[in-house]
Each structure stands twice: as C-alpha cells, then as structure tokens.
Design a protein around this ligand. Structure first.
Ligand code: HAM
Length: 425
C-alpha cells in the first residue's frame, strides 16, 4: 500500500468518478436508454469530443458566453482550430447533415451522452468537464414533437427521482417579424435602463440584446425582471405554435410556469424554450434545458431542417435526485468465505462455477480471516455467504448463510448453484 499521495491532482473543475457514485452514473444512462427514451423511438449515437471550432461559432453563436468565454479551443499540429465540445446539439446537427440522416425517415430521433467542456468558474453543480444526456428530434416543425420531448424530459426526471419545476417560453422566429419587432423593443428598454446595467452588459445592447437575460450580474438581473416579454410580440404563426404546445402539455397534465426571461444562453433557439429547475442543486438550479432550433442546420451550411431537443446535466441530476443517492447495485449475489489454506485453494473453482452459471460471485483475495471476510461479504451487497472450512471440505459440503437473516445451513457442494439460483429467483 502506498503512503504517498500523488503529487498531481485532477485539473480544476474536473473530478474523478468513483464507486459508488459511478454505479449511479451508469444507472442514469440505463434508465435513459432502456426505460424512457429508447422505448419512445430515440436511438443512441455519439459525435467526436472535438469539432472544428466553426461548428460552435456558427451553430451556438459567437456572442454567447459559451463561445466567447468558455470554449477549450486549440490548434492541432496541422494548424486547424479545434474545440472540445461545449455542448452536443451543434455537433449532432452537423452529423445529421454530413451523414444525410435527414434524407431518411423523419423525424430523426437521437440520444447522445458524454462529456462536455466549458471553462466556467467551478462551484457546486458546475464543472469544467461535465456529462450531458442529450436528446434531439430533428425534422419536424410541428408543436406535437415539442410536447413529446418535454413530456419525456419530465418523465425521465421523475423516474430518476428529481423533483423539478418546468419553465416555458417562446422565442419566436429567428428572422420572423416577431423576433425583429421584439429585439427593437428590447433594445429601447435596455437603452432607457443603460445606467442601471452591469458595465459588461452595456456593451452587448446592440450586438445581442437577448444575452442580457443570461447575465449573472445582480444589477442586470433586476433590470431584466421588468423587460418587455417576447410572448407579447409573437407573430400569429408563432403564437399558434406556442398555444398548441401549451394545450398539449395541459392535456398531458404537465405543470409549467411561463417565464419570459428564459432565453437559454445559446443563439440557435427559436420558438419553444424550456428548462427544468430544482431547488436541490444550489445556485446552479438548471438541471435540464432545451428548445427548438429551426435555423441551426442553415447556419451550419445545410438546408432548412427544424429540430428540438434538450440536454440534461448528469452531475446536477445526481445532486437533485432523492432516490439515486440511495440506489445500490446488486451484482454480487454470493460471497465465498474460505477458511484455511485448503479452503482457499478450493474457493476460486467455486466462485467460477457460480459465475459461469450466471450468479454474481466474489471472494477474498487479500488473505483475511473469518471476520474480515464476513465484513467484505456485507460490503459487497451479497445476499449469501458460502462458507468453506476444513469440516465442509471433508464432508463435500458448503455452509450457505443468508446475510440478511443470519440463518445458515450445510448443503452438498454439488447442490450449491441450484440452491442459490432457486433462492435468488
Ligand atoms: P445548456 O442549458 O447549456 O443547454 O446545458 C444543459 C444542461 O447541462 C444544464 O441544464 C446543466 O444541467 C448542464 N450543464 C451545463 N453547464 C454545466 C456545467 N458547467 N457543469 C455541470 N453541468 C452543466 C445545452 O447544452 C443545449 N445543447 C441543450 C439542447 C439540446 N438544446 C437543444 N437541444
């Protein structure tokens, strides 16, 4: 055993994923893929961890905090600018266009998970490398898919034991009359309150006034509470779209609050925007966020290809979930406790026989005594201990102990697999 801790620590804002949390992590993906999104027709995929920097500049938007301040961008040896993905949506739409998935049957329904990278100031629930589960439905403009996606998000969060509130907004069309009219009203409002804004937010009034809603500066947050609401400026088409999304959510008994300050920090959003927030995550209340991005494919050089999706922060979900923190894997069903040298040499064949029969089995590899091995058995989560000593060996038997009740009985060694399987089922 080494006394010396390493001279290195993980880079700031990153962390090691260790047991038992790592089990819960995989449990989240299992529920996502096999219980909620897979059965609703969403298929797993992944994109490279790094993309050409332009994918994010053009997709997410150069004026956003994510692109202008938080990206890990580097030149490779060939001099190309590459960026560790700060989010998945732009890369997924790039992949859909490049692989022509949009020429097949629509909508393309995809699920992707993996690490994302943003150089933010680390705090509880906010990391520089974090993991998202990202869901996208690409190809349909209609409001039904918005409601489907939001219902799936709500159900997934509830299956994962996170109590969250749903905030909803509509941002109108990117180039439509509603967005342009609204931006004008917003700029006028920001100009009248310019002196009350935080200095760094004043400079963006003309370039990208919507970003004032993302400000983390208290003076700006106070001003934005009184800002004009985009939902008061929607054109007829956008209003009808939003009405239908809400009608469908009502029909599904999903509760939500309209929050006209919700603009979601990334430039590609159009129409529906939503976020699920939790009071259990500290200042980083947003557990899951998403929305429609009907112009994203075009900003990446493709044709018109509307889409909607969301990403969920797995790190934050684990903070928000009340059930996952208690969830224990039960993979090891039997722990073999071997007492004495003869028994030790017989233990591995027994463990292997159990494993080959599909029964999870583990044993002591450190030469511990009876007490230490029984402790390991408890820690392993096993239901049964198989105890093997000289007595048992001489009789061709083993002792089978129920670790929950403490009851134990001797059985013929040849009966072990059958007995354990019968008790497990
Ligand atoms: P986002 O709101 O930037 O959206 O991130 C989505 C989620 O990722 C957040 O709600 C949060 O749980 C998690 N997250 C973001 N930054 C961090 C961080 N530094 N540390 C820990 N967790 C974090 C997007 O990324 C969009 N691509 C979502 C989307 C998909 N929109 C349409 N499709």
């Amino acid at each position: 055993m080494s006394d010396q801790p390493s001279s290195f620590s993980a880079p700031r804002g990153t962390r090691d994923l260790l047991p038992p949390e790592s089990w819960r992590w995989h449990r989240v993906f299992d529920v996502a893929l096999n219980r909620v999104f897979g059965p609703a027709g969403y298929e797993p995929m992944d994109t490279p961890i790094f993309e050409h920097t332009e994918v994010f500049e053009r997709g997410v938007g150069e004026a956003t905090e994510v692109v202008s301040k938080q990206m890990y961008t580097f030149n490779d040896r060939g001099g190309r600018s590459l960026t560790l993905r700060p989010e998945a949506t732009a890369g997924i739409v790039r992949a859909v266009l490049e692989n022509r998935l949009d020429r097949g049957s629509l909508p393309v329904k995809l699920l992707c998970w993996g690490p994302m990278f943003r150089q933010e100031r680390p705090q509880k629930g906010r990391y520089r490398q974090f993991t998202q589960i990202d869901i996208e439905a690409i190809g349909s403009e209609g409001p039904a898919i918005d409601a489907e996606i939001i219902e799936l998000a709500a159900r997934f969060l509830s299956e994962a034991g996170a109590e969250c509130r749903l905030l909803l907004n509509s941002l109108g069309h990117l180039d439509g009359s509603c967005r342009l009219g609204y931006l004008k009203a917003l700029v006028d409002y920001l100009r009248t309150h310019e002196n009350e804004l935080a200095p760094e937010d004043r400079s963006r009034i003309d370039d990208n006034p919507l970003r004032a809603f993302d400000s983390k500066e208290e003076p700006t947050i106070a001003v934005m509470k009184g800002a004009p609401a985009i939902t008061d400026h929607l054109c007829n088409d956008c209003e009808q779209h939003f009405d239908e999304v809400r009608r469908l959510l009502d029909a599904l008994d999903l509760e939500y609050t309209i929050d006209h300050t919700l603009v979601r920090g990334l430039d590609y959003y159009t129409r529906t925007a939503f976020e699920f927030v939790s009071d259990d995550v500290g200042a980083q209340a947003s557990v899951l966020g998403g929305g429609r991005y009907d112009g994203l494919a075009e900003s990446l050089g493709g044709g018109h290809l509307p889409g909607i999706g969301f990403a969920l922060g797995v790190d934050r979900l684990l903070l928000a979930s009340r059930t996952l923190s208690e969830w224990q894997p039960r993979h090891v069903g039997v722990f073999v406790v071997a007492l004495g040298d003869r028994a030790r040499s017989e233990a591995l064949p027994i463990v292997t026989e159990l494993r080959r029969a599909g029964v999870g089995a583990d044993w002591d590899l450190m030469g511990r005594g009876m007490k230490g091995q029984m402790k390991s058995a408890d820690r392993s989560g096993a239901n049964w201990a198989v105890i093997l000593g000289d007595d048992e060996l001489d009789a061709g038997e083993v002792t089978l102990k129920d670790l929950a009740t403490g009851e134990q009985q001797r059985i013929a060694r040849g009966q072990l697999v059958i007995r354990v399987r019968a008790k497990e089922s």
